[in-house]
Ligand binder design. Structure first.
Ligand code: PLP
Ligand code: TYF
Length: 396
């Protein structure tokens, strides 16, 4: 029966890892998949997470199922982290939420919910956006449209063009926004631009769908939540997909949160039952382990402080790496000015070079990153930065 199925190419991002592993060049450089790496190129378990694991091992007494919505401590902790501890919205009983298997799981659950509301709804995504948004949202059956976002020629956000498109979005359509640290470009809206997005959302009555996978990697945990909190506090309805993969380093544990801010608490109860029924139709209840760790970390003051400081360290290191790359490119005679990389946020940057140049640097110098020219900044270190800069300059 399966012979009827067509062959499919691998995930364009995860597929790069396989090619990198097979490359025998000792000087190969991996700037592909978005995972944080330390100076040695490892992705260690955060110290706060290691401590939480020990605590969990000592205190967990059962492996019976968790509830359909997941770990309530995790949900409450995450909502405080995202919305702010004193958020008026949190106190108003207008938030439905479930623990989800990763940010991906959250994106899919929320997309399914949108289909249940209106199977004709269009979801507007930034051009470009994270490649996985297309299958995650599209597989639910929603139609995807693009709004202009980034101009490779000037390495900057096309804000006027973005706003012009958003001004034509119809009531009931959905606009996917990256909460912070835009994947793949690293180009984020300023606070003033978020203020304008709020105005157009009010005017057009579209539903903001906020994907936040890198909270804390831009400017800080609270700073990075500016746009998210602004929209949630000023609009009747917003949906949020959050991931704990990066900022807690819990990638393989699959931890995320799907949240729906509703107009009133009666609708909240309906939305809560609906997202649980969607989860039941796919996997019943989320895996427990990662959510239990996040719950422990967010609830324990000392551990929470330790985690915040680890997030700060990761962010500051990535900023240093950006500066190091820009400096090395300049010192190695780059004809192109890469200083825009210093202004971009989080884990990724678009180098704004052509797909041909990306492939050439991969084939000739074993430097691996996505054809779009997206690099994982965390893959840079003191040892490889000069090799990397020379390789890039050689293909410009
Ligand atoms: N959204 C964006 C923009 C991402 O880059 C990612 C990837 O890490 C996710 C969502 C979801 O990640 P995960 O399912 O690993 O939590
Ligand atoms: O964009 C990235 O590299 C990360 C990790 O199917 C990722 O978000 C990549 C591909 C994928 C899931 C996660």
């Amino acid at each position: 029966m399966f012979e009827v199925l067509p062959h499919l190419a691998p995930d364009p991002i995860l597929g790069l890892s396989a090619a990198y592993r097979e490359d025998t060049n000792p000087n190969k450089i991996d700037l592909g998949v978005g995972v944080y790496k330390d100076e040695q190129g490892n992705t260690p378990i955060l110290s706060s997470v290691a401590k939480a694991q020990k605590m969990l091992l000592e205190t967990e007494t059962s492996k019976t199922y968790i509830t359909p919505q997941g770990n309530q401590g995790f949900i409450d902790g995450m909502l405080s982290l995202l919305l702010g501890k004193s958020s008026p919205v949190l106190l108003s009983d207008r938030v439905a939420a479930v623990q989800a298997p990763g940010g991906c799981g959250a994106l899919r659950i929320l997309s399914e919910l949108l289909v249940r509301c209106n199977d004709n709804a269009k979801v507007w995504v930034s051009d470009p956006t994270w490649a996985n948004h297309i299958p995650l949202i599209g597989s639910a059956g929603l139609k995807i449209e693009k709004y202009p976002y980034f101009d490779k020629a000037t390495a900057s956000i096309r804000f006027d063009a973005m706003m012009e498109t958003l001004r034509q979005v119809e009531k009931g359509d959905v606009v996917l926004l990256h909460g912070c640290c835009h994947n793949p470009t690293g180009a984020d809206l300023t606070n003033a631009q978020w203020d304008e997005v709020l105005e157009v959302a009010k005017e057009r009555e579209f539903l903001p769908f906020i994907d936040v996978a890198y909270l804390g990697f831009g400017e800080g945990l609270d700073e990075d939540a500016y746009g998210l909190r602004l929209l949630i506090e000023n609009l009747p309805e917003v949906i949020v997909a959050a991931s704990c993969s990066k900022n807690f380093g819990l990638y393989r544990e699959r931890v995320g949160l799907a949240a729906i801010i509703t107009e009133d608490s009666k609708t909240r109860n309906i939305a809560q039952a609906q997202i649980q029924s969607i989860a039941r139709g796919i996997y019943s209840m989320p895996p427990s382990y990662g959510g239990a760790l996040v719950d422990i970390i967010l609830a324990d003051e000392a551990l929470n402080n330790e985690w915040v400081s680890e997030v700060n360290d990761m962010r500051e290191r990535m900023k240093t790496l950006r500066a190091m790359l820009v400096k090395n490119l300049h010192e190695n005679g780059s004809p192109k000015d890469f200083s825009f990389v210093n202004d971009q946020k989080g884990m990724f940057s678009f180098l704004c070079i052509t797909p041909e140049q990306v492939r050439e640097v991969r084939e000739k110098h074993s430097v691996y990153f996505v054809d779009s020219s997206r690099v994982n900044i965390a893959g840079i270190n003191q040892q490889n930065v000069e090799t990397l800069a020379k390789a890039l300059v050689s293909v410009l």
